[in-house]
Design a protein around this ligand. Sequence first.
Ligand code: INI
Length: 184
Amino acid sequence: MVIARFNDLVVGKLLEGCQDCLKRHGVDPNGNQVDYVWVPGSFEVPMMARQMALSHRYDAVICLGAVIRGQTPHFDHVAAEVAKGIAAATFQTGVPVIFGVLTADNMQQALERAGIKSNKGWDYAMNALEMGSLMRQWRAGVEVEPYGHNSQSLPAAQLKNAGVSDFSVAPEEVRSGAGDAPPP
Ligand code: INI
């Protein structure tokens, strides 16, 4: 997970929701299956998420943050760049990078979605589990069964025809981290 410290009252609750979901689905959030990296704010999240995805040590990367409109005149810039950066990280690496950056008009609304009424953190973890599993199956070339009540089993070839393969880049390209600076 990549977690922004900014608005940590909200982000901490999202993290709790995430961890609760993982635990209830057999992943120990304090065990060696999950790593946590903190960054200053949501703007910094995509860069770290991309590096983690490029490492190919993870089935999925969950990005957590909270961007609140009332707090900053550059809300739109931060929110837009984070969304674009996270989308780029997932497209460029073929690793599911989950957009868990909450955008809200005010603190009350953010808190409502981070535990008071529901906890979006739970959903972000579910998305990561689903996409991590889907991509594992996809890479193994096995029949991929979409998740959900309307799901039906589709052979990988059919998913490919539907454009699902567009999410992936060649594995060699990802492993070599083409264009990236070497790690420090
Ligand atoms: N970062 C957030 O995660 N949420 C915010 O609401 C926010 N506001 O309000 O400005 C915010 N700003 C910091 C930003 O993410 C960067 O850390 C900063 O601009 C330095 O690059």
